[in-house]
Design a protein around this ligand. Structure first.
Ligand code: C5P
Length: 292
């Protein structure tokens, strides 16, 4: 039995540059890991992929990204006769903009590669990851990263010293946002659909310099245009966190999770009680410290 923690991510910046002929959107994004995790367990078994999950809301058949990742791994490794039992202990919210499902897929590839004695190279894992989803490649590595293309072309960055040990608060409002809907809605927001390239690298440079005030102002997510229009409460969350000590606050990915960045984990924790007094205790809320 092999275990892996499967973390999540935020997009410190998600800048859409245009719609591509294949229906995906060209973008640049600055990813950062958040050390809140699901757990995956793996064991060799008879000739089948069998997935179990603690969350009944998640299908465990071939539509589940973990199942799909396992099937593709076995095929690519020439192990079609082999089987595997997988268990996903889901703790992160679904359809949340945190990349939880993408991380599960990436860590399934990494975990199975370990379980079977590393039959696949990093390059092959990267190709499999890109076929599973746009955010999966980021989770094959453990650094902050700048990503381009549809998100699958990942350049690892040195960890930002200015962020290490700082506080983050994440709040999921209790409703999700369907990623295809958010992207499709962009056609109604021409400015958000045609971002100015270079913003991700600019934000990375501000973070590298440790200028968190400027970085806070440079956080940007094109998908806020449609999503905050539909769910204005998410805009109120951000304003609230900035009034309560956050140096930056943004929606992650296609939402619906909002994150807020604080100087310390204690400062993030101090915002929880006033937030719940203002907006109620519903939904999912966590605070933690950023690592790398
Ligand atoms: O790649 P992934 O499965 O995460 O994408 C989910 C959906 O989000 C896609 O089917 C597409 O509608 C949209 N998408 C997009 N452009 C991207 C990434 C995702 O249009 N770069």
């Amino acid at each position: 039995m092999l275990r892996r923690e499967s973390p999540c991510k935020i997009n410190l910046l998600l800048n859409i540059l245009g719609r591509r002929p294949d229906g995906f959107h060209e973008l640049e994004t600055l990813f950062h890991h958040v050390p809140l995790t699901d757990e995956l367990r793996f064991a060799r078994a008879e000739a089948e992929v069998v997935l179990t999950c603690n969350d009944p809301a998640l299908p465990v058949d071939g539509t589940n990204l973990v199942h799909r990742a396992a099937t593709r791994f076995l095929a690519a490794a020439g192990l079609e006769g082999a089987g595997v039992r997988l268990h996903l202990e889901k703790r992160l919210p679904l359809a949340a903009g945190l990349g939880g499902g993408s991380a599960n897929a990436a860590h399934t590839l990494l975990g199975l590669n370990e379980l079977f004695g590393h039959p696949l190279s990093a390059e092959v894992l990267d190709t499999l990851a890109a076929g599973l989803g746009s955010d999966v490649n980021f989770f094959l590595q453990d650094r902050p990263a700048l990503a381009t293309g549809r998100g699958e072309q990942v350049i690892s960055l040195e960890p930002f010293a200015a962020l290490k040990g700082t506080g983050i608060l994440l709040v999921h409002p209790g409703f999700g946002v369907a990623t295809p809907w958010a992207f499709a809605e962009l056609k109604k927001y021409p400015a958000a659909l045609a971002g100015r390239p270079g913003r991700a690298a600019e934000l990375a440079e501000l973070l590298r310099q440790g200028d968190l005030t400027a970085a806070g102002n440079a956080l940007y997510n094109s998908l806020e245009a449609p999503v905050l229009d539909k769910y204005p409460v998410l805009r109120l969350y951000q304003e609230f966190f900035r009034r309560h000590g956050a140096w930056g606050s943004l929606m992650s990915g296609s939402g619906s999770t909002t994150f807020a960045l604080f100087a310390t984990p204690d400062a993030a924790q101090a915002a929880v009680e006033p937030f719940q007094r203002e907006f109620g205790p519903a939904g999912w809320l966590r605070t933690t410290a950023l690592t790398s």
